[in-house]
Design a protein around this ligand. Structure first.
Ligand SMILES: [Zn+2]
Length: 126
Protein backbone atom coordinates (compact mmCIF):
# COMPACT_ATOMS: atom_id res chain seq x y z
CA UNK A 1 0.00 0.00 0.00
CA UNK A 2 1.40 3.35 -0.93
CA UNK A 3 2.25 5.95 1.64
CA UNK A 4 -0.37 8.40 0.49
CA UNK A 5 -3.13 5.76 0.54
CA UNK A 6 -2.31 5.01 4.19
CA UNK A 7 -2.46 8.74 4.91
CA UNK A 8 -5.78 9.06 3.12
CA UNK A 9 -7.24 6.18 5.14
CA UNK A 10 -6.17 7.91 8.35
CA UNK A 11 -7.75 11.16 7.24
CA UNK A 12 -10.97 9.34 6.37
CA UNK A 13 -11.08 7.89 9.87
CA UNK A 14 -10.70 11.40 11.26
CA UNK A 15 -13.52 12.65 9.07
CA UNK A 16 -15.78 9.83 10.26
CA UNK A 17 -15.00 10.79 13.86
CA UNK A 18 -15.84 14.43 13.09
CA UNK A 19 -19.09 13.36 11.44
CA UNK A 20 -20.04 11.46 14.59
CA UNK A 21 -19.39 14.53 16.71
CA UNK A 22 -21.27 16.72 14.27
CA UNK A 23 -24.25 14.40 14.32
CA UNK A 24 -24.49 14.56 18.10
CA UNK A 25 -24.11 18.36 18.10
CA UNK A 26 -26.87 18.75 15.50
CA UNK A 27 -29.10 16.36 17.43
CA UNK A 28 -28.65 18.48 20.54
CA UNK A 29 -29.08 21.79 18.72
CA UNK A 30 -32.30 20.65 17.05
CA UNK A 31 -33.74 18.98 20.14
CA UNK A 32 -36.89 20.24 21.85
CA UNK A 33 -34.79 21.50 24.75
CA UNK A 34 -36.31 24.73 26.09
CA UNK A 35 -34.23 27.89 26.31
CA UNK A 36 -34.28 31.35 27.71
CA UNK A 37 -32.19 33.88 25.86
CA UNK A 38 -29.59 35.55 28.01
CA UNK A 39 -27.20 34.82 30.82
CA UNK A 40 -27.91 35.16 34.49
CA UNK A 41 -25.89 36.45 37.37
CA UNK A 42 -26.56 36.35 41.11
CA UNK A 43 -25.81 39.66 42.75
CA UNK A 44 -26.37 41.36 46.09
CA UNK A 45 -28.33 44.61 46.03
CA UNK A 46 -29.68 47.31 48.31
CA UNK A 47 -33.43 47.38 48.78
CA UNK A 48 -33.62 51.09 49.45
CA UNK A 49 -35.57 50.85 52.69
CA UNK A 50 -34.11 53.16 55.32
CA UNK A 51 -32.84 51.39 58.39
CA UNK A 52 -32.17 48.13 56.52
CA UNK A 53 -28.79 46.48 57.04
CA UNK A 54 -28.17 46.84 53.36
CA UNK A 55 -27.53 50.55 53.80
CA UNK A 56 -23.99 49.57 54.84
CA UNK A 57 -23.47 47.00 52.16
CA UNK A 58 -25.78 45.24 49.68
CA UNK A 59 -27.14 42.02 51.19
CA UNK A 60 -30.24 41.11 49.22
CA UNK A 61 -29.67 38.32 46.69
CA UNK A 62 -31.09 38.99 43.28
CA UNK A 63 -30.82 37.06 40.02
CA UNK A 64 -30.40 39.20 36.96
CA UNK A 65 -30.86 38.03 33.41
CA UNK A 66 -29.17 39.96 30.63
CA UNK A 67 -29.26 39.58 26.88
CA UNK A 68 -28.43 41.51 23.74
CA UNK A 69 -31.23 43.05 21.74
CA UNK A 70 -30.57 45.21 18.67
CA UNK A 71 -27.03 45.87 19.86
CA UNK A 72 -28.17 46.89 23.34
CA UNK A 73 -27.62 44.98 26.54
CA UNK A 74 -30.95 44.38 28.25
CA UNK A 75 -31.37 43.52 31.90
CA UNK A 76 -34.19 42.10 33.91
CA UNK A 77 -34.51 41.05 37.53
CA UNK A 78 -35.81 37.51 37.72
CA UNK A 79 -38.78 36.96 40.02
CA UNK A 80 -37.91 34.70 42.96
CA UNK A 81 -40.53 32.18 41.85
CA UNK A 82 -38.97 32.02 38.38
CA UNK A 83 -35.35 31.80 39.46
CA UNK A 84 -34.90 28.07 39.15
CA UNK A 85 -36.41 27.53 35.74
CA UNK A 86 -34.92 30.70 34.30
CA UNK A 87 -31.47 29.58 35.44
CA UNK A 88 -31.94 26.12 33.98
CA UNK A 89 -33.21 27.40 30.64
CA UNK A 90 -30.56 30.09 30.47
CA UNK A 91 -27.96 27.41 31.10
CA UNK A 92 -29.47 25.42 28.21
CA UNK A 93 -29.13 28.52 26.07
CA UNK A 94 -25.46 28.76 27.01
CA UNK A 95 -24.95 25.11 26.08
CA UNK A 96 -26.57 25.76 22.69
CA UNK A 97 -24.28 28.69 21.99
CA UNK A 98 -21.30 26.53 22.93
CA UNK A 99 -22.51 23.67 20.73
CA UNK A 100 -22.83 26.05 17.80
CA UNK A 101 -19.27 27.28 18.35
CA UNK A 102 -18.10 23.66 18.51
CA UNK A 103 -19.91 22.94 15.26
CA UNK A 104 -18.17 25.83 13.52
CA UNK A 105 -14.81 24.58 14.83
CA UNK A 106 -15.55 21.06 13.59
CA UNK A 107 -16.43 22.38 10.14
CA UNK A 108 -13.16 24.25 10.02
CA UNK A 109 -11.21 21.20 11.15
CA UNK A 110 -12.97 19.01 8.60
CA UNK A 111 -12.30 21.48 5.82
CA UNK A 112 -8.57 21.40 6.59
CA UNK A 113 -8.50 17.60 6.59
CA UNK A 114 -10.39 17.41 3.31
CA UNK A 115 -7.99 19.91 1.77
CA UNK A 116 -5.15 17.58 2.75
CA UNK A 117 -7.00 14.58 1.30
CA UNK A 118 -7.46 16.42 -1.99
CA UNK A 119 -3.73 17.14 -2.06
CA UNK A 120 -2.94 13.50 -1.32
CA UNK A 121 -5.32 12.23 -3.98
CA UNK A 122 -4.03 14.52 -6.66
CA UNK A 123 -1.26 13.59 -9.01
CA UNK A 124 1.02 16.24 -10.27
CA UNK A 125 1.09 16.75 -13.99
CA UNK A 126 4.73 17.05 -14.78
ZN1 LIG B 1 -32.33 46.09 52.44
Amino acid sequence: MSKSIKKIIKKKEKILEIEKQRKSLIKFLLSDCELVEGSFIDVLVRCGRSGCHCEEKPIHPVTRLSWWENGKLKNKIVRVADRQWVKELSYNYKKHKQALRDLVKLNEKEKEIIKTVIKLKATKYE
